[in-house]
Design a protein. Sequence first.
Length: 277
Amino acid sequence: MPKFRSDRGRTRSLILIACTIAWLAFVCFAPAHKARAHQAKGEASASAGSEGSDSSKAAPPAKKSMLRWAAEASGPIGFFLFLISIYFTALVIRLFMEMRLSEAVPQALIEKVETAIKEKKFQDAYDACRDNNSYLARMIRTGVANLPNGRPEAKEAMTAQAEEMVVGMESRITYLATIGTLGPMIGLVGTIWGMIQSFQEIATQVGGQARPDKLAAGISTALFITLEGVSLSVPAIFFYAVFRNRISKIAMEGGRTSERIIALFWAAAKQPANKPS
């Protein structure tokens, strides 16, 4: 039941972070979108008013910012990559908050348990680990529960528990590897789609040359989506490697500390109680 609650809390936190990032992105881009709509409306009115007076003179194209150009050229594929980037950012922030050595192997818990063992308050030491859901606390709980069967059995149970927790942590960072793999593939889809648009403009022109702006639009789509896909893939692969190293450090330090504490448990339990004088 505690594990289910922690998973549910983790999911809620991830959703909250993703919604916050999406809201910030909306706040940043909404004014620009309104300004573009207002500008387009003004340009349409101006062109309609001057159409009768000067039909031979073509209006110069409005200069676009790089951000607007990228948003228009990327289209729905770029919007899909934007949604993935929101999830990716939220996931990385969440993993940075959780996969810390100080969270997995808390020093306060170590001191509390060691003090309780020295005072032969074994139940207090176990209760301290039961009320904590860190990596180290779960390892100690498993070892203490199997300690009556002997130290080899306790160590074997702790090894199995460690493997289970490591697999669980690795399954969570697998999404980063998936994003790192899919990013270039989605970018390749955008590249093909943009080139199709450009060649369609060439193929459908009858008795004339293709418009350069239409050709540039298709090429822009291909290049921008490729850039976005690769830009998402590179940090995803980087953070995947970062968190794999963190998992290795947590497993190594947690295993070493838990074995030391179980040895203290075993030694303290074997010592005879001091007889009152």
